[in-house]
Design a protein around this ligand. Structure first.
Ligand code: ATP
Ligand code: MG
Length: 659
């Protein structure tokens, strides 16, 4: 089982986008070199990872590369365990000598025309000062520090300052409610909170400090000693002198030097909660050594990153994508990382393209939800833009519908930029299934092949490994350095969630199909799979077929109890701007699905949805849609990570009209 090797190459069919020849000549690797490295990473993992580990600076070298077991009763995951390092020093100090003046963070503000460049030297100084500030408040190695910040450079400073002194950061997305913030602070027993008086998004202030005051009052399992407040906007807030500390005052008195704490490779770097698509969010804990090696290696290869390029990951630092691919991976590689404060459609839908042109961005990495939202506007989002600086596009977060992929490729990519569709999870720390520019011919909608060291497999419900072209549960057969180490405070939940379904395998919770070329296609969460008259259907395929219709902006498909078929097909559709719902449209879409997929895919119910319930990270929450479809609106479960609860109220109110 271990050591399965991917060897086939994709055939040239119309739906394959080969690597453009001029492109391949300038990339880090070509296809042959990918296979060579991949095969070595599986056959000689210790040798491979020992070499890769040299990409970071160690304070003391490690002796053993890995000590891992996925056995339920002997679960352990340790990488480079006796090595010593500091992650912040790897992201800052080691670049100072030769690249101190190059831009580390290119910050782009919510208001057009506002931006700021911060060099590695400046970032190092700010991090040291703030780290000293934290120390002066009594924060020590191992303490959990919660960060509830807008997308400003000070958020990055706070994260790196924690890493510098060995405190474990727990970033909570700044859009979350006081209840959600308090829940995460309690869970982490966190006594220190870093925030701002307010943030700016879409032209408005988001009053963070007010939420913090309520959260502090709500905390039950922890007592908050210090709330550090970065006074960012003019908005006034309450001030509690007993615990509130002014950020500017705190750093003013501090030295520019702060020795980096010596950390064990397995010491925790951070806790981060999953998005909650499938249930109560899990406090994912990541290590120091394995994580930074994996984040930096994947950042370099997946984005084919070259020094000096401007790389924009348009995620929020409140998500794992922001941790690994705005902050840690790029900074470990000495990159220029773009941090954008705002939203993709403020002041209008051309904003993303404007930023690319204004700042000559080379690489753009965004989520399918943003792509679909822009696509609903036709060509407007790129109208008048040059986009010539762009060399590579990426996506992450959900399966990307082929139609959205092609739109992204045609508009932002001008038909020339490859798209890296990266499949991964909060739990995996970095990209797992992904094309590599220069090495991978692309198929729209496929996350293609495994990254180095990753051993994906498909299993049936009994855990039998399926060979060749197949569809099943996506599992990983061995560990990789970026793997999470535990669910914070609940190791049993870690074992139960990931290692109890299939013996000796990490279960991802996702379903996938592998084609004749060994390419993987994520079919959706296995909990979301439909079973209609004995036919199993992934949500991704049905939704992609719907999105391919010219009238449809977005769609979500769920099953609901059906007397005859077992499960009926219930579809929620958001139409493109300017298109009105009608009975004719219902029939059109029904016939469209029958033609695209087959009679088995005939929908039983189509409900018009002006919006779909999404997590704050933009993922469709099908478990809620399942409840609405089943008429169990009183049992919606954990909705604390919903972006907009009003969307659900609307769906519930309009359910009757659809059924
Ligand atoms: P929870 O685990 O709490 O339900 P979540 O799974 O939404 O939340 P994340 O870790 O942010 O939290 O998301 C990982 C999931 O996102 C993957 O398991 C997969 O379902 C989906 N995903 C991410 N990237 C891709 C991609 N490129 N293609 C398809 N699906 C993706
Ligand atoms: Mg998950």
């Amino acid at each position: 089982m271990r050591g399965r090797i991917v060897t086939s190459k994709p055939e040239s069919t119309p739906n394959v986008y080969p690597v453009p020849a001029p492109y391949a000549a300038h990339t880090l690797l070509d296809e042959d070199r990918y296979f060579e490295l991949y095969n070595r990473s599986i056959q000689e993992p210790d040798g491979f990872w020992r070499e890769q580990a040299q990409r970071i600076d160690w304070i003391a070298p490690f002796t053993q590369v890995q000590d891992t077991s996925f056995a339920r009763d002997d679960l352990h995951i340790r990488w480079f365990a006796d090595g010593k390092l500091n992650v912040a020093a790897n992201c800052l100090d080691r670049h100072l000598h030769e690249h101190g003046d190059s831009t580390a963070i290119l910050w782009v503000g919510d208001e057009p025309g506002v931006s700021r460049e911060i060099s590695y030297r400046e970032l190092h100084r700010d991090v040291c000062r703030f780290a000293n500030g934290l120390k002066s408040l009594g924060v020590k190695k191992g303490d959990v520090v919660t960060i509830y910040m807008p997308m400003v450079p000070e958020a990055a400073v706070a994260m790196l300052a924690c890493a510098r002194i060995g405190a474990v950061h727990s970033v909570v997305f700044a859009g979350f409610s006081p209840e959600a913030l308090a829940g995460r602070m309690d869970d982490g027993q966190s006594r220190t909170l870093i925030t701002a008086n307010a943030g700016r998004r879409g032209g408005r202030s988001v009053m963070l400090k007010n939420n913090v005051d309520r959260a502090v009052a709500l905390c039950k399992e922890t007592t908050v000693d210090n709330v550090v407040v970065f006074n960012y906007t003019d908005d006034a807030t309450d001030w509690n002198p007993a615990i509130d500390r002014d950020y500017a005052e705190l750093v003013a008195a501090q030295s520019d030097e702060c020795p980096a704490e010596v950390m064990g490779a397995e010491d925790p770097l951070f806790i981060l909660y999953t998005s909650g698509s499938t249930g109560k969010p899990k406090g994912v804990l990541h290590s120091s050594g394995g994580y930074i090696i994996y984040a930096s290696l994947t950042h370099e290869y997946v984005f084919d990153y070259r020094r000096g390029e401007r790389y924009w990951c348009a995620a929020d630092i409140g998500w794992i994508t922001g941790h690994s691919y705005i902050l840690y991976g790029p900074l470990a590689n000495g990159a220029t990382t773009v941090m954008y404060e705002g939203v993709p459609n403020y002041p209008d839908v051309t904003r993303v393209a404007q930023i690319i042109d204004d700042h000559k961005i080379n690489i753009l990495y965004i989520a399918p939800t943003a792509i679909r939202a822009l696509m609903a506007e036709g060509n407007k989002p790129v109208a008048g833009a040059s986009l010539e600086s762009l060399r590579l596009l990426g996506t992450v977060g959900e399966p990307i519908n082929p139609e959205a992929w092609k739109w992204y490729h045609r508009t932002f990519g001008r038909g020339q930029c490859p798209i890296v569709d990266t499949w991964w999870q909060t739990e995996t720390g970095g990209a797992m299934l992904t094309p590599l520019p220069g090495a991978t011919a692309l198929k729209p909608g496929s996350a293609t092949r495994p990254f180095f060291g990753v051993q994906p497999a498909l299993v049936d419900n009994e855990g039998n490994i399926l060979d060749g072209a197949a569809e099943g549960n996506l599992v990983l057969l061995g560990s990789w350095p970026g793997q999470m180490r535990t669910v914070f405070g609940d190791h049993q939940r870690f074992i139960d969630t990931y290692f109890s379904t299939f013996e000796n395998m990490y279960f991802t919770g996702d379903g996938a199909r592998r084609d004749e070329d060994g390419y993987y296609w994520i079919t959706g969460r296995v909990d979301d799979v439909l079973n209609v008259s004995g036919h199993r259907m992934g949500t991704a395929e049905l939704e992609s077929a719907l999105v391919a219709h010219e009238a449809v902006a977005e769609a979500a498909v769920v099953g609901y109890p059906h007397d005859i078929k077992g499960q009926g097909i219930y579809i929620y559709v958001t139409l493109n701007s300017g298109i009105e719902p009608s009975d004719e449209m219902r029939i059109t879409l029904r016939d469209w699905l029958r033609a695209e997929i087959g009679p088995i895919a005939t929908p039983d119910v189509i409900q018009w949805a002006p919006g779909l319930p999404k997590t704050r990270s933009g993922k469709i929450m099908r478990r809620i849609l399942r409840k609405v479809a089943a008429d169990e609106c009183d049992q919606l479960g954990d909705t604390s990570t919903l972006a907009d609860p009003a969307v659900v109220d609307n769906l519930v109110a309009n359910r009757a009209a659809a059924t």
